[in-house]
Design a protein around this ligand. Structure first.
Ligand code: BG6
Length: 499
């Protein structure tokens, strides 16, 4: 089944922070891939804007190098690469001040493009000033959109201030708040799995589901982003956006259509139903950790406090586990356990829906006898959906049961490379499709809930617990879930999945 998308019209894409890590690692390679696929209309331009004093040629060379580094020289097609580099322009400017805006205006006004996009891959503190400058320089046409990278602010107050200031210049329908997790194939597939298959809806609630686990684990440390990370931490960097968005897609009611407001209305209802975590629950519902030196995949790595640009004795958390309760009819009594951390043993993002056991077990008893069904949605890598079911092991003699997964592996089924999440989202901005972007009220409601935890952590006066790099976080994370009679599902794709 195929749903057609609106056609893409010629555009100018301005990337503030155009020489930065995100632009080089993700945005420009993603635009290249869309271009190589024939999706960028002739005459579309990409304009890098940054403080560096380089010219267009040097920028093209820098981007060429980034394409090779992040996509691999072998995957680049010479003709596509030439066409893409020809689209690139560069303006050396100070986007939050005055320098360079005259040059950017002259470049943009040279050509009349149906769509203009400003992508702010900068620190969120600059969003307000950049939006004002776009406005004051008369750069908004009828079809001008602004893209804001997460995190939008640092807490609810700063998020509101940014939203107010950008909102004074751009209408909400032209503000695209990006969370790249929403562009991941398996995440979009959650909507299809839940709402295109009649099978799941009757069991998608507290009568049948025991609990849900959402894990986003990374093997990397702070990767040269110490300055940013040390003021952010895992709760703001990952839970406030990526994990809460995943939770929303698992927990939301069916939207009446796929249009942007219907989907976002339903996600918002989930966020509003999150039970705040206050000081008395902090010890039972949250765990924060910080890695110390250890080894990941056999390679020794330094501790967080030894990384570059980390404040001495910093109490920033690099690991968080939270037990989340949703106060509504569908999910009452079904905890959602979220965890995310850096320097864990695997890079894996996964959603586990753990069903309740059958009411009465009539089969011979064995060690795994009561392991209930489990649906495992592997967001990355090796994207797949696995439904663990009991089956009879073939053969004569006694009745032997085996817990085996029905495995829908995306690589095996579809045999094509999955696009990077940014490819989809960058093109959605040009199309004007905001379904996979966050609305102002979603972001602020998520902050409101996160603020309750931040405040309780502050008031508790405790530091994060240490964990050794290469382990699954502090032992308190295991204790948190074991106290409820459950365990983390740490080895999702190995063994037979029982247990
Ligand atoms: C970003 C965070 O939003 O997501 C990073 O700022 C994190 O700290 C990254 O590493 C993870 O994204 P992915 O797509 O690699 O899972």
């Amino acid at each position: 089944m195929n749903f057609s998308e609106p056609t893409i019209e010629r555009f100018d894409y301005v990337v503030f922070g155009g020489t930065g890590d995100l632009a080089r690692r993700k945005l420009l390679p993603s635009l290249y891939r869309r271009d190589a696929d024939g999706q960028l209309p002739d005459g579309s331009r990409i304009v890098g804007a940054a403080r560096s004093a380089i010219d267009r040629g040097a920028y093209q060379a820098l981007v060429e190098h980034s394409l090779q580094e992040f996509l691999g020289a072998d995957s680049l097609d010479p003709a596509s690469q030439r066409r893409f580099l020809d689209r690139l322009y560069f303006v050396s400017m100070d986007a939050a001040a005055e320098r360079g805006w005259d040059k950017l205006s002259a470049l943009l006004n040279e050509k009349s493009q149906p769509t203009r996009v400003f992508y702010l891959a900068t620190a969120p503190e600059l969003y307000g000033a950049i939006a004002d400058n776009i406005h004051n320089n008369g750069l908004q046409t009828t079809n001008t959109r602004i893209v804001l990278e997460k995190p939008i602010g640092h807490d609810l107050t700063s998020a509101r201030a940014i939203n107010d200031r950008v909102g004074a210049v751009f209408s909400e329908s032209n503000i695209f708040r990006i969370d790249h997790y929403l562009g991941k194939e398996t995440v979009q597939n959650l909507l299809v799995l839940r709402f295109a298959n009649a099978l799941f809806e009757p069991v998608w609630q507290s009568n049948a589901i025991d609990h849900v686990q959402i894990t986003v684990a990374e093997t990397v440390g702070v990767e040269g982003r110490g300055g940013y990370y040390d003021h952010t931490g895992a709760l703001r960097d990952m839970i406030q956006n990526h994990l809460l968005q995943l939770l929303c897609l698992v927990a939301m009611e069916p939207p009446s259509t796929l249009d942007r407001e219907s989907v976002r209305d339903e996600k918002l209802k989930v966020l509003r139903a999150l039970s705040p975590i206050t000081l008395p629950e902090i010890a039972t519902h949250t765990v924060r950790g910080q890695y110390r030196a250890g080894a990941v995949n056999g390679k020794p790595v330094p501790g967080y406090l030894e990384e570059k640009d980390i404040g001495s004795g910093s109490a920033t958390e690099t690991f968080v586990a939270v037990k989340v309760e949703i106060r509504n009819w569908r999910w009452a009594g079904v905890p959602f356990y979220l965890r995310s951390g850096k320097r864990l043993p695997d890079k894996v993002s996964e959603i586990v829906i753990q069903f309740k056991p059958v009411p009465y077990w009539i089969f011979p008893t064995g060690s795994d006898q009561a392991a209930p069904n489990r649906l495992v949605i592997r967001v990355q890598p090796n994207e797949s959906i696995r439904l663990h079911l009991w089956t009879k092991e073939p053969g004569p003699g006694g009745l032997r049961l085996r817990n085996v997964p029905l495995n829908l592996s995306f690589a095996e089924t579809f045999k094509n490379d999955l696009p990077d999440a940014y490819e989809r989202l960058l093109m959605d901005v040009v199309r004007g499709n905001a379904t996979l972007f966050m609305r102002r009220d979603e972001v602020e409601t998520a902050w409101e809930w996160v603020d309750s935890i931040l405040e309780a952590w502050d008031n508790s006066g405790e530091r994060p617990r240490f964990y050794t790099a290469g382990t699954w976080g502090p032992s308190e994370s295991v204790a948190m879930i074991v106290r409820d009679g459950r365990t983390w599902f740490d080895e999702p794709c190995s063994g037979n999945g029982a247990g």
